[in-house]
Design a binder for this molecule. Structure first.
Ligand SMILES: Nc1ncnc2c1ncn2[C@@H]1O[C@H](COP(=O)(O)OP(=O)(O)OP(=O)(O)O)[C@@H](O)[C@H]1O
Ligand SMILES: [Mg+2]
Length: 319
């Protein structure tokens, strides 16, 4: 159904209408139409909270029922700290990709003088942290496709980890744009991304970085799905650097300069990535092509680290 047909019928758009819309432009128009036309509705009455399904540092996630049009959704209620820049709404509302959880609606509320943003999204069964028997190659492909889209929008996710990748019936949906930032050439905080997924340039405190930090995190996630445990697990930032050096060896002087590393690191020899997988995987050998792909991701130098387009063309995805 087209947007003008919906408008001419002068009735509200139902969630099933939204699912039938095919092109990205249409979905964008619908989102704007819904937002404009729902302004007079008290949204906190529109969505009835049924249950809590998740909790983050600044947010709580609920299952809600849309009392006007029916249907169940996930609602993320995020504390709006006036001292912090919150880009989540602006970035998430402009996302449009089959492997990114779409934002369906939003509204603000004030409770005891504290402001909250409510983000209404499609509801998914779980995330990659609690999913079992994940089809790795399929998930890897979808992840790089979603990241390629982010790259095309000049957006760095900055908090890629299994819990932020929603999962349902063999498909993934990138979520949690709470730390995301559009690349604008300005300085950025290096203290982003959960430690286990933090790229070396972030660990070394680099304030100019790009979407390659998300590629590193994607590599850590894929390795973790294969191994069943985190690949680089340090207790603190220095420990995390040491864990990475144990695998990749100490960065050379050129790499140190690119990473913004200004301190001494003891000399450590690089390990063969394939050995790590052979040691961990019982009764099954990791696909050598996956190991090769990961070896092109776990590269110190962000400029030499593989990008999404190259990753998607890797032989791992050809078979
Ligand atoms: N649309 C959704 N459908 C189902 N579950 C969801 C959805 N969105 C979020 N969740 C669940 O809630 C959890 C927390 O959501 P989210 O990561 O967006 O919040 P957060 O406060 O930014 O979390 P953190 O600070 O821990 O990264 C997710 O890991 C996921 O399990
Ligand atoms: Mg999260």
């Amino acid at each position: 159904m087209q947007l003008n047909q919906i408008k001419s019928k002068k009735r509200r758009v139902t969630p099933s209408d939204k699912h039938q819309l095919s092109t990205s432009q249409e979905r964008c128009q619908i989102h704007k139409y819904l937002t404009l036309n729902n302004q007079n509705i008290n949204k906190s009455q529109k969505y009835q909270i049924l249950d809590q399904i998740g909790e983050g540092s600044y947010s709580t996630i609920f299952i809600v029922e849309n009392k006007l049009h029916g249907g169940y959704y996930a609602m993320k209620k995020v504390l709006q700290d006036p001292k912090q820049i919150n880009r989540e709404l602006e970035i998430h509302m402009n996302m449009n990709h089959p492997h990114i959880a779409p934002l369906r609606d939003y509204y603000y509320s004030v409770e005891n003088k504290v402001k909250y943003l409510h983000l209404v999204m499609d509801l998914y069964q779980g995330n990659l942290k609690n999913a079992i028997r994940v089809p790795l190659k399929r998930v890897a492909k979808q992840l790089f496709q979603a990241l390629e889209y982010l790259e095309s929008q000049h957006v760095m996710h900055r908090d890629l980890k299994p819990a932020n990748i929603l999962y349902q019936s063999g498909n993934i949906y990138l979520a949690d744009f709470g730390s995301s930032k559009k690349m604008d050439g300005s300085k950025s905080l290096s203290y982003v991304c959960s430690r286990a997924y933090r790229a070396p340039e972030l660990l070394f405190g680099q304030i100019f970085y790009n979407t390659k930090i998300d590629i590193w995190a994607a590599g850590c996630i894929l390795a973790e799905l294969e191994l069943g445990k985190q690949l680089f697990f340090g207790q603190n930032t220095v420990d995390q650097i040491v864990e990475i050096c144990k695998f990749l060896g100490t960065p050379n002087e050129l790499e140190k300069a690119e990473l913004g590393c200004q301190f001494y690191i003891p000399n450590l020899q690089a390990k063969k990535l394939s050995m790590i997988f052979i040691n961990f995987v019982l009764n099954q050998k990791t696909d050598p092509q996956l190991i090769d792909l990961l070896s092109k991701i776990f590269i110190y130098s962000p400029s030499k680290r593989i990008n999404c387009n190259e990753a998607l063309k890797h032989p791992y995805f050809l078979s």
